[in-house]
Design a protein around this ligand. Structure first.
Ligand SMILES: Cc1cc2nc3c(=O)[nH]c(=O)nc-3n(C[C@H](O)[C@H](O)[C@H](O)COP(=O)(O)OP(=O)(O)OC[C@H]3O[C@@H](n4cnc5c(N)ncnc54)[C@H](O)[C@@H]3O)c2cc1C
Length: 412
């Protein structure tokens, strides 16, 4: 055992870190006990079975709010740094892990996974082990989704997603890159060829600022795919307060730009992981809060000052623009990172039931409601709107359970 931190864990019988703090209910005390006995491999398997992406989530989760924030030792202000131990255990396991068939509950069932981000990866592990014949397809050339094409390498080493590519290749899981369902093949054709289809297509369609001149800005997601391909000029403004805004600003600073984040609420209302906000500040990103953009011009943005007000009907904090406070701020590049919704073009030619944010509506057992098609399921950001990696894994687990319940061999 390298990490003495583990000795401080109280191995709680009702661990809040796991039960309340973690969307996938990581069995923290059990893993901690194994780790203390130097049973690293057993601890690794327990973690991987529960969350195949634990090596990644232990790095990108907002652990201050999740496991760490719910540790009982918070009362003494000395919570156990479980995420560090989780990284050590998960790394040791992931890079030598081999996928094995562990049951035949889905033997003979053909399942298509559309999207090879966290949902597709986690689902592939569980479905393969349950005996299914899996095919994966993704619009991108390689697996990983946001883990490969969104979160910058300075924050998440790509060796973690590469490990899954190798593991799936060894197991004979078929992966077809550069295959966009809805464009290269219709979803109804995929659904007809497979027993079940799981859509883990993320939320990639940028939301609109709905202000004049918006088209002069650059979307943060395409920028993050390959920051070096963009000449940003001297000064960059990033609009947004989520993880995408933090990553885009930190990537821009690394190109030697003076980078400012403008956000319409205060720091406490920023959806980004507080660690990422702190890292962006450390990197030299400047912040201005209570600023709402009202117009984008060539080489400048017009902002208004604004306030947070609580909507009496919904109880939500909303932005109130203060009239007469317009001011123009120069910049060579504007990056917008306000939010994303699922891209409904995946359903081209089909008739799904979607809400106004393009979120597919599902039946009680998680089946996407599409006229004439009854074997399509959904999970992750595609089903929930933009959330987090660990929530995508939790959502994938629910979808896999629904698929097993519907198509799995029943006990005799
Ligand atoms: C820049 C950025 C930073 C983030 N930082 C964090 C963080 O620090 N911590 C955290 O927990 N979460 C973070 N998130 C959120 C997290 O990455 C997502 O919640 C998570 O990746 C969702 O997983 P997913 O599998 O649902 O979707 P994605 O990761 O988006 O994967 C979806 C995949 O589907 C593919 N696809 C889409 N449409 C089609 C189609 N029609 N046909 C075939 N394939 C298709 C896409 O190419 C993509 O590979 C961040 C997100 C972004 C964008």
């Amino acid at each position: 055992m390298k990490n003495n931190e583990a000795r401080r864990c109280l191995l709680c019988k009702k661990p809040k870190c796991s039960l309340q703090g973690c969307p996938v209910h990581t069995p923290i005390p059990e893993c901690m006990a194994l780790y203390r006995e130097d049973k690293l491999d057993e601890a690794g398997k327990l973690l991987f079975d529960n969350n195949p992406l634990s090596a990644i989530t232990s790095r990108v989760c907002n652990w201050k709010q999740l496991c760490h924030g719910n540790c009982v030792l918070n009362v003494k202000h000395i919570p156990v740094r479980w995420y560090e131990i989780e990284q050590e255990i998960s790394d040791a396991y992931l890079f030598s892990a081999k996928l094995k068939r562990e049951s035949d509950v889905l033997a003979g069932k053909k399942i298509a996974l559309v999207g090879a981000g966290p949902v597709g990866i986690a689902a592939a592990v569980w479905l393969y082990r349950a005996g299914a014949d899996i095919s994966m397809a993704d619009a991108n050339p390689r697996m990983g989704g946001v883990l490969r094409y969104g979160i910058p390498a300075f924050r998440l080493d790509k060796k973690y997603v590469n490990a899954f590519e190798r593991m799936f290749d060894d197991a004979g899981i078929k992966f077809q890159g550069e295959m966009r369902v809805g464009r290269d093949i219709a979803l109804d054709r995929v659904a007809a060829r497979y027993d079940a289809v799981l859509l883990g297509a993320g939320a990639e369609k940028p939301a609109s600022l709905n202000i004049p001149g918006e088209g002069k800005g650059l979307q943060a997601l395409p920028f993050l795919r390959n920051p070096a391909a963009f000449d940003l000029g001297r000064k960059v403004i990033v609009i947004g307060g989520g993880n995408v805004a933090m990553d885009a600003s930190r990537a821009a600073v690394r190109q030697g730009t003076e980078t400012w984040i403008y956000y319409r609420k205060d720091y406490g209302n920023m959806p980004a992981n507080p660690n990422e906000i702190a890292e962006a500040m450390r990197d030299g990103v400047h912040f201005r809060v209570f600023q709402a953009p009202v117009e984008v011009r060539t080489n400048s943005v017009v902002f208004c000052d604004c306030q947070n007000v609580t909507d009496p009907e919904t109880g939500k904090v909303v932005t109130k623009i203060l009239e007469g406070t317009e001011h123009e701020v120069d910049c060579e590049t504007l990056l917008t990172a306000i939010s994303e919704t699922p891209d409904p073009t995946i359903f081209t030619g089909c008739e799904p039931l979607l809400d106004r944010w393009n979120i597919p509506q599902v039946t009680e057992d998680g089946q996407v409601i599409i006229k004439g098609i009854d074997n399509v399921f959904a999970a992750g950001d595609f089903l929930t709107g933009p959330k987090t990696v660990v929530e995508a894994v939790a959502s994938a687990r629910k979808a896999v359970d629904a698929i097993i319940a519907r198509y799995g061999r029943k006990a005799e």
